[in-house]
Design a protein around this ligand. Sequence first.
Ligand code: SF4
Length: 216
Amino acid sequence: MSLAAYEPGRDCPLCPRLVEFRERNRERLPGCFNAPVPSFGPVDARVLIVGLAPGLKGANCTGRPFTGDYAGDLLYDTLPRYGFARGRYLGRPDDGFELVDCRIVNGVRCVPPENKPTGAEIKTCRQFLVPAIAEMENLRVVVMMGRIAHDTGLTALGLRRGDFPFGHNARHEAGRFVIRDTYHCSRYNTQTGRLTPEMFQAVFAGVRADLGVDET
Ligand code: SF4
């Protein structure tokens, strides 16, 4: 698979802390992807999900966003229910699972220690998020997966954060885009009950409704 020109290379040197972590992971997890994780899904999709960053044993290992860890189990159980994916999700990049009219990109492409990118890393990696969004000519709905994704996604879209406060299942209109927020489908959020499957499904039911309205 050839990567678009704006995708970072496997050895992107721009975030020293993440580069160091990447090098360590290449030694201790040699079977893993251990590189900036590319976008997943068709570029002509109308829906974009902006994630935070790869999980160490999930996307960092498999090379596909949300694949192989707990967050992916809920996300990839939910998307097919609303027509945004097809196939059987098996937590592996070769499982044949496909996104439909939906694309996923992480705001930070490299796995950060403790799942926590710094503000500087988020800002640096936005140079890849901006063109990834701009390339989607049919984009209509942007789903922000958690507050950090919400903030960097808004900035990437050229929008002021203060105009669009984050809240679970909040819906904002911004020009030709609809912005929808959700709590991140992390293990912590689901196991503490902050995010239930029903709450998560409600977000994507809303996205489907947004597209339906768009088509009439
Ligand atoms: S997080 Fe983004 S900008 Fe930073 S090293 Fe990785 S790909 Fe490069």
